[in-house]
Unconditional design. Structure first.
Length: 202
């Protein structure tokens, strides 16, 4: 299956997904990386991997519909069937949802609906929660409001720092997301699975 990755930053989740595809744990090919920050580190990774890129600066477009129209053209040109968001820090608009609604998923570093939006790990840390985790969900027009596909909790240890919690969350993301993407591309589009097992007590 031909997939596109949407990313805005360093691309750690993008790297784990591309690695899973290269190791044939993911029956998919990433044929395009879409990035809204032309200098983001993920673009250097895309070049290393030989993955085509569409990088754009939103401020150069009249509105969201204008740049999403360009994105859709790029997706169609590459034959993209589904979209995987991996650190894309921009709400999806009507133009993309019209073309790919129900065919986009995202990973978020909290147990949604808790701590949506930016800096979710920091939000959880500052709130002093004892359990946080990772959510994989469908993308809709809201801020991390799409139907949940899978969740995995992570217990916050007394010895944790913000840095060790961040590393723990990222480790869960990098393992869980490729697994769920593989399940997602192997099953009907609208099937939603919630998995709250497998909490990490270590």
């Amino acid at each position: 299956m031909k997939l596109a990755l949407f990313a805005s930053g360093t691309g750690s989740n993008a790297r784990s997904l591309v690695r899973a595809a290269r190791e044939q744990r993911l029956e998919a090919e990433f044929v395009l990386i879409v990035c809204d920050r032309p200098r983001a580190p993920v673009l250097a990774f895309a070049e290393e991997e030989g993955i085509p890129v569409f990088a754009f600066s939103p401020k150069e477009y009249e509105n969201k519909a204008a740049f999403e129209t360009e994105i859709v053209k790029e997706l169609y040109a590459k034959g993209v069937e589904r979209i995987v968001l991996a650190g894309y820090m921009r709400l999806i608009g009507d133009t993309l949802l019209t073309e790919y609604g129900g065919r986009m998923i995202n990973v978020h570093p909290s147990l949604l609906p808790a701590f949506p939006g930016k800096d979710a790990i920091r939000q959880a840390w500052d709130a002093g929660v004892k359990v946080t985790g990772v959510t994989v969900h469908y993308v809709d027009e809201g801020m991390d409001t799409g139907s949940i596909i899978a969740q995995e909790p992570l217990y916050v240890k007394e010895t944790d720092s913000f840095e060790t919690l961040t590393a723990g969350i990222q480790a869960v993301e990098h393992r869980l997301y490729p697994e769920i993407v593989q399940q997602w591309i192997a099953r009907p589009l609208k099937t939603v699975q919630t998995n709250t097992e497998g909490a990490n007590h270590s």
